[in-house]
Design a protein around this ligand. Structure first.
Ligand SMILES: Nc1nc2c(c(=O)[nH]1)N(C=O)[C@@H](CNc1ccc(C(=O)N[C@@H](CCC(=O)O)C(=O)O)cc1)CN2
Ligand SMILES: Nc1nc2c(ncn2[C@@H]2O[C@H](COP(=O)(O)OP(=O)(O)OP(=O)(O)O)[C@@H](O)[C@H]2O)c(=O)[nH]1
Length: 436
C-alpha cells in the first residue's frame, strides 16, 4: 500500500447538528487518536473520551473508535471522532487535525481509497454513490443491492464461467493426444455459453429498466394548445411532489417535474406541441418536444373531450394513454376515443391517471428477474461481452474461439474494474488432474 496523506472529513451533515462524525484515514490516524484521546486497547470499540488539543485544552467529550487497517472502510488505519455537532467544536477539532498533519479530504476520496485497496469494486462504488443520492425508495433499493455486491457477484460468476470454458479448450488443445483426456472436452462448454449469452441479454434489459429507476420513468404530456396539459401537471405536482425541479437549461417550451409516486421516480414532461413552424425559437421547442417523445416511456395524449380529433405525434413510445379533458364541462359523445377521462377543475380522473402510470412502471419492473444498474457503462460492456460470446459460438477454430472468450471475460472485468489475471493452468489442473 502506498503511503499517502492522512485525510479527514466531517462525514455527517452540516453543523450545527446533534452529533458530528469526523472520519480520519491514513498512516497517521492511530497516532492522532492516541494523541487526542489517549490509548486504545481494543479496536472497533466505541469509547467515551475527553478529546484534547496539543496544549491540553478540552475540545469536547465524545466517542472515539479506531479501525486499524486493513480492517476498515478505506483499508487504511482509520479513526472516528463522534463529537457534539456545534460549529466551534467541529472547527477546533478540524484545525487540530490539520496541525497534526492531516488534510481535508476531497469529494469521494475515502471511497477512492477503498477502491484502490480492493475494499470495493467499481460497481459497488457506483452503488454507494447512488445510495447517497437516492431520493426514492426504489432508487435506494437498487443502489443498496449494488453497493452490497450482488451485481458484482453476478458479473464475477459470468467471468468465471468464461474462464472455465477457456480452460476446457486449452485442455483439449494441449492434451488432446493424451489418453486420459476425453476426446472433445470443449463440446461440453457450448450449451453453457448459449445460456450465458441469454443471461447477459436479460441483464442488458434490466439495466435499461434500472435507468428508469435511477433517472426517472419518463411520462410525456402531449396534446393541442389549451387541452389542459399544464393544469394537469400542476395538479400532479401539488399532490405527489417530493422533489420539484424545473430542469435547468430547458426554456418555457419544455417543463419537467420529478414526482415520487409510491417510491418510483416519475419525470413528467410537458412539451410544446409538434407542429410545422418557421419561427426559429419555436422550431427548437418542437425539436425538443420530439426528442422528449423519442425518449419517453409513456405518453399521455390529452385533448378536450369531443374536440376535433387532433394530430397524433409521429413518434410514439409503446405506451400511450388517451385522455379526454375538462370532464366537468361535458360527457364524451364518443367514449371509445379515450382510455381515461379527467377534469383538472374537479380532480376527477386524477387517481386513475396516477394509477395507470404506476401500473406501467410496476409492470416493467416486475418483468425482470434481477436488478440492473441502470448505467450506460454497464450496458456497453455487456454488449461487448455478448458480442464476443456470439463470435466464440459461431467460430470453428478453437484457438480463435478461446480468444473471443478471453475478450468477453475482459469486457465483464471492465465493469467491475478488476480484470483478473486468471490462472488458466490452475483451473485446468484442478479440474482435470492432468498431473499424473
Ligand atoms: N460511524 C460510521 N457509520 C457508518 C460508516 C462509517 O464509516 N462510520 N460507513 C461508511 O461508509 C457505513 C458503513 N460501512 C462500513 C463498511 C466497512 C467497514 C469496515 O470496517 N470494514 C472492514 C471490516 C469488516 C468487518 O469487520 O466485517 C473491512 O472491510 O475489512 C466499516 C463501515 C455506514 N455507517
Ligand atoms: N372547465 C375546465 N377548464 C379547464 C380544465 N383544465 C384546464 N382548463 C382551462 O383550460 C385553459 C387551458 O388550460 P392549460 O392547462 O393551460 O392548457 P394547456 O394544454 O397547458 O395549454 P397550452 O399551454 O396552451 O398548451 C385554461 O383556461 C384552464 O383554466 C378543466 O378540467 N375544466
Amino acid at each position: 500500500m502506498r503511503t499517502r496523506d492522512t485525510i479527514f472529513a466531517l462525514s455527517s451533515g452540516g453543523t450545527p447538528s446533534g452529533v458530528a462524525v469526523i472520519r480520519v484515514s491514513g498512516v497517521k490516524a492511530l497516532t492522532i487518536a492516541k494523541q487526542m484521546a489517549g490509548d486504545f486497547k481494543n479496536k472497533r470499540q466505541m469509547l467515551l473520551r475527553s478529546i484534547r488539543s496539543r496544549n491540553g485544552e478540552l475540545i469536547d467529550k465524545g466517542l472515539v473508535l479506531i479501525f486499524p487497517g486493513p480492517g476498515s472502510f478505506t483499508g487504511e488505519d482509520c479513526v472516528e471522532f463522534q463529537l457534539h455537532g456545534g460549529r466551534a467544536v467541529v472547527a477546533l477539532a478540524s484545525s487540530e487535525l490539520e496541525a497534526l498533519g492531516c488534510r481535508y479530504a476531497e469529494a469521494g476520496e475515502f471511497t477512492q481509497r477503498a477502491f484502490e485497496n480492493g475494499k470495493l469494486d467499481l460497481v459497488e462504488v457506483e452503488g454507494l454513490g447512488d445510495l447517497i443520492s437516492a431520493d426514492t425508495e426504489m432508487q435506494r433499493r437498487l443502489a443498496a443491492e449494488q453497493m452490497a455486491g450482488d451485481l458484482s457477484g453476478r458479473y464475477h460468476a459470468w467471468a468465471k464461467r468464461l474462464t472455465h470454458a477457456r480452460a476446457m479448450i486449452e485442455a483439449e488443445l494441449d492434451f488432446a493426444d493424451e489418453e486420459d483426456i476425453p476426446g472433445s472436452v470443449s463440446d461440453q462448454i457450448w450449451p453453457d455459453l448459449v445460456s450465458l449469452r441469454a443471461e447477459i441479454a436479460a441483464q442488458i434489459q434490466s439495466n435499461k429498466l434500472g435507468q428508469s429507476i435511477r433517472d426517472g420513468f419518463k411520462v410525456v404530456i402531449s396534446g393541442p394548445p389549451n387541452a389542459g396539459k399544464s393544469s394537469f401537471l400542476n395538479l400532479m405536482a401539488g399532490r405527489d411532489v417530493a422533489i420539484v425541479t424545473e430542469v435547468a437549461g430547458t426554456t418555457r417550451d419544455i417543463i419537467e417535474i420529478d414526482l415520487d409516486i409510491d417510491g418510483f421516480l416519475i419525470r413528467l414532461i410537458d412539451t410544446a406541441g409538434i407542429r410545422e413552424t418557421t419561427d426559429l425559437v419555436e422550431q427548437e421547442g418542437v425539436r425538443r418536444a420530439r426528442a422528449a417523445l423519442e425518449a419517453a416511456d409513456m405518453v399521455l395524449l390529452m385533448s378536450e373531450i369531443d374536440s376535433d380529433p387532433e394530430h397524433t405525434p409521429e413518434v410514439m413510445p409503446p405506451r400511450v394513454i388517451r385522455i379526454g379533458t375538462k370532464l366537468d364541462l361535458k360527457r364524451p359523445a364518443h367514449p371509445e376515443r379515450y382510455d381515461l377521462l379527467f377534469s383538472a377543475k374537479s380532480g376527477d380522473g386524477l387517481d386513475e391517471i396516477r394509477a395507470a402510470i404506476l401500473s406501467a412502471v410496476k409492470a416493467d419492473w416486475e418483468s425482470i428477474s434481477q436488478m440492473g444498474a441502470g448505467r450506460q457503462r454497464h450496458i456497453n460492456h455487456l454488449r461487448e461481452a455478448s458480442n464476443f460470446v456470439e463470435e466464440a459460438l459461431k467460430g470453428s477454430d478453437l484457438v480463435i474461439r478461446a480468444e473471443y472468450l478471453r475478450l468477453a471475460a475482459e469486457a465483464l472485468g471492465r465493469i467491475t474494474g478488476r480484470v483478473d489475471v486468471e490462472d488458466l493452468l490452475g483451473v485446468i489442473f484442478s479440474e482435470f488432474c492432468v498431473g499424473k
